[in-house]
Design a protein around this ligand. Structure first.
Ligand code: UT7
Length: 321
């Protein structure tokens, strides 16, 4: 049996942390107290105007490749989960492939499932590895959400940040990914969207992120608990045996409510939202890399990763690290 096993992780955050008070100083009508109480966010990273998702992806990928003990040329699949690509095309994944100097003709493509992007991407890469055609996949979540925020909408602009995280998945006889599940329900499209487009050289519609926060909150808590249970069942593992839960990092209240519904205490839940904000597809691999590097996540432990985002799309992966 061939498993897809995490061989290495990496992440990258641009520049310096921007605190809630820094946002107030920039003229946003908010307060540190409101943001912390409603979301748990204290700071986030915002990329400089000329820094793109592929650049963040490159930095995170170099770290993941080094941690995996391989070379860029050993990678034979790249999937980049992003909703803030450098261009409409070429894909951010092919830009990353070129930046990494990979010229082996292996496939590289973007995957767009907003904040569920990394859950979708790791599940997709696993299928390539299990089917036997791919040996080493680079799976990346990279975002510059600061580009699509309406900085006059205090209900959304304080929530998001920029960054990237990456994993190298390797074909292995030792256990790795034990189960994955991905889902979507397009009837919820309007509650979280960027409803603009480029049409005949002009932006038409609204090019900024719009969200019905309370509707998203309720939906997220329910499906994050359901999909974590689903992958635990599929993998034949009880929730008691799960060492770590890494939920999408949008709001500490959503993270706490999910942990509570699953009967997992917060010391088994990885939370980085206070320092990263919501980095969409990057949030899970950023949190994973942090917990691997600081020694919390150890080889052999069981971890559930789970994401949810616009679409709505959601998914989870149970893996043995
Ligand atoms: O990746 C998935 C994407 N997103 C999420 O998962 C987010 C899910 N939703 C949430 O996290 C929460 O709904 C929010 C944090 C977005 C909002 O929290 P809330 O408790 O649902 O607040 P609310 O939208 O009901 O707003 C409460 C009040 C309003 O004032 P009034 O009408 O009560 O006078 C807002 O105008 O808070 C006001 N408000 C703010 N005040 C200070 C909204 N944003 C801010 C702000 N600073 N940044």
């Amino acid at each position: 049996m061939i498993y897809a096993r995490v061989a290495g992780t990496g992440s990258y955050l641009p520049g310096n942390p921007v605190t809630n008070d820094d946002l107030v100083a920039r003229g946003i009508e908010t307060s540190d107290e409101w943001i912390v109480e409603r979301t748990g966010i204290r700071s986030r990273y915002l990329a400089a105007p000329d820094v793109t998702s592929s650049q963040l992806a490159y930095e995170a990928s170099l770290r993941a490749i080094e941690a995996a003990g391989c070379k860029p040329g050993d990678i034979d699949l790249i999937i980049v989960a992003t909703s803030t690509p450098d261009f409409i095309f070429p894909s951010t994944a092919t830009l990353l492939q070129a930046r990494l100097g990979i010229v082996n003709g292996s496939p590289a493509f973007d995957l767009q499932a907003v904040c569920a992007g990394f859950a979708y991407a790791i599940s997709t890469a696993e299928k390539f590895i299990r089917s036997g055609g791919t040996r080493r996949a680079l799976v990346v979540g990279a975002e510059v959400f600061s580009r699509i925020l309406d900085w006059n909408d205090r209900g959304t602009c304080v929530l998001f940040g920029d960054g990237a995280g990456a994993v190298v998945l390797e074909a292995s006889e030792a256990p790795g990914i034990l189960a994955s599940a991905i889902h979507a329900d397009g009837s919820h499209n309007p509650i979280l969207c960027v409803p603009g487009q480029i049409n005949r050289g002009e932006v038409t519609g609204d090019p900024f992120l719009r969200m019905d926060g309370q509707a998203v909150f309720k939906f997220a808590v329910k499906v994050l608990a359901d999909v974590a249970r689903e992958v635990a069942d599929l993998g034949g593992v009880s929730l008691d045996e799960v060492d770590w839960l890494i939920p999408h990092q949008a709001n500490i209240r959503i993270i706490q409510a999910t942990g509570k519904r699953l009967g997992l205490s917060m010391d088994k839940v990885i939370a980085t939202v206070s320092r990263h904000g919501n980095t969409s597809a990057a949030s899970i691999p950023l949190a994973l890399d942090e917990a691997v590097r600081d020694g919390r996540i150890q080889r052999g432990q069981k971890v559930i990763l789970e994401g949810i985002g616009g679409g709505f799309a959601w998914g989870a992966t149970l893996l043995q690290f």
